[in-house]
Design a protein around this ligand. Structure first.
Ligand code: EPS
Length: 379
């Protein structure tokens, strides 16, 4: 079983990801991990904190001569803005954050909950997800994500290979597939920022070259759609998750939604074993199981809850009406969110891969992958 946890506070000494059940035999590409961390720090609309941090991963355990050993991996990302001991308590909970509910729940203050709830924690998820991407890469499985909507501006999709789409996205200051519209979006972010407000958006992640058969229909808590929804919904500020056609499927007839099945013998060696689908409204999953088509997951991110022009709140000590607290924040982190959703999707898919092909070593996984492919193709 491949799984991970994170630890660390936004302004504590470091964030840590503990990755357990990762197979032995992967030569880790540190530059690739750090590149994802850097992408997470970017995107137009980020706040002052990102000028302080320069996120990189240090391995505290689990590697020998740069190769995974099959033991737990502890990954550390240092906080340069480590000042937790000097920070004051917060008395005016910020609507949209866990401030109020967390302080009441723990019979304590807001600082303790906001430090852990902060989206700074996603640096650790991106580090863990980066390892998962490298495991997927061994099997030719690729993951990429982008912004499809920001602050109500619909940017949309584009067709092409993931390598092509990644190249386009990397030209965009907001990580969309339409860099020609960056100016329009930047103007909106600037205007909203000046007004002391924030923006949300929609991100999309696609996973290509998946084999048929990751996940299962057989038990609810192992269905891959359910596992993906859980991991994506558990990213800070996510309020909705869609797979494939998502909510739009509810408004259409079955004949417009379900993807017909065809067969092309020349593609029998590919991940879909030659089975073709002219459309992919299912987003690569049927009955909680991958069907050989690209996996498509979308997530809706609400606008950041920390507002420079604060909303009404209540002082927890006096119970008097006061404006919510404000500390430095971002105007928009939808671009960063696309990297984070990519990372959590990659991890969830990698865990399903380990479930199917075994998690002790890359070598055994490869052998079992080949055996499964041969058995499935010979049916
Ligand atoms: C965040 C508040 C801001 C963001 C932070 C998430 O932090 P600070 O209060 O230090 O300015 O910058 O995100 C990150 C630090 C990051 O690396 O993503 C929050 O309240 O969630």
């Amino acid at each position: 079983m491949l799984r991970y946890w994170t630890a660390g506070e936004s302004h504590g000494p470091a964030l840590v990801a503990l990755v357990d059940g990762f197979p032995a035999g992967l030569a880790v590409d540190h530059d690739a991990l750090n590149a994802e961390l850097q992408r997470r720090q970017g995107g137009y609309g980020r706040g002052g904190r990102q000028r302080i941090e320069t996120d990189t991963v240090t391995f505290l355990s689990g590697l020998w001569r740069g190769v995974t050993m099959g033991s737990p991996l502890a990954l550390e990302v240092i906080n340069r803005d480590a000042k937790l001991e000097r920070l004051e308590e917060v008395d005016r909970p910020r609507p949209g954050h866990v401030d109020l509910a967390g302080a009441v729940k723990h019979l304590g203050g807001v600082r303790a909950v906001l430090e852990r709830a902060s989206a700074r924690e996603t640096a650790a998820r991106v580090a863990a997800g980066g390892l998962a991407r490298q495991l997927l890469g061994v099997f030719g499985i690729e993951v990429a994500g982008w912004v499809t909507e920001l602050g109500g501006i619909v940017l949309g999709d584009r067709s092409g290979s993931l390598a092509e789409l990644r190249a386009v996205r990397d030209q965009s200051s907001i990580y969309s597939l339409h860099p020609e519209r960056d100016g329009e979006v930047e103007t909106l972010i600037d205007r909203v920022g000046k007004e002391g407000d924030t923006l949300g958006g929609v991100v999309e992640v696609r996973v290509d070259n998946l084999p048929i058969g990751l996940g299962t229909h057989a038990q609810w808590d192992r269905k891959l759609d359910g596992l993906l929804a859980q991991s994506v919904m558990a990213v800070q500020a996510i309020k909705g998750v869609e797979i494939g056609m998502g909510f739009d499927a509810a408004r259409r007839r079955g004949s417009e939604v379900h993807d017909p099945i065809g067969y092309d013998a020349t593609a029998a060696d590919g991940p879909a074993l030659g089975f073709t689908r002219p459309t992919n409204n299912a987003g690569g999953l049927e009955g909680g199981t991958t069907n050989g088509q690209p996996l498509v997951v979308r997530a809706a991110m609400k606008p950041i809850s920390t507002l420079r022009k604060p909303l009404a709140s209540v002082n927890l000590r006096s119970k008097q009406a006061e404006d919510a607290a404000y500390e430095r924040s971002d105007v928009c982190a939808v671009s960063a969110c696309s990297v984070i959703v990519e990372s959590v999707v990659a991890f969830t898919v990698a865990a399903a891969l380990v479930d199917k092909f075994g998690g002790d070593s890359i070598e055994e996984m490869k052998a079992r992958w080949r055996l499964y492919h041969d058995l499935a193709a010979a049916r």
